[in-house]
Design a protein around this ligand. Sequence first.
Ligand code: SF4
Length: 123
Amino acid sequence: MARKHENLEYKVLQIIKESGSKGILQSQLWKKINATSREGSRISLKLEKAGLVERIRELHDGKWTYKLIAKKRLLTIDSIMDIPCVFCVDQNKCGVGSQFSPTTCKKLSEWLEKISYNHQGET
Ligand code: SF4
């Protein structure tokens, strides 16, 4: 069940990103993914809290709604220099489905969280 929600959140984020700098209205987005406004609002709040999207209040057809715009997350070479994989002793044994895998690696997850946190608030 958690996986289904993560996939939906990922899909929502991709749609928001594809809408570019003009963004997308929440109501249009929920129609695209067949979500209720309650479920959709939960996802958009979660993405906003993670610093991935901006929610901008907007009057549309006489009703207040929110427009969702993806935050730009620029990575520089400096910001990825300390990725743990570069000096990892398990690098040659690492691969999807292996004992060591980027999908389950704690070191990589913690590093991704750190750079995600460092980029919060950047536009
Ligand atoms: S994903 Fe983890 S185990 Fe694999 S190379 Fe990177 S740091 Fe090492």
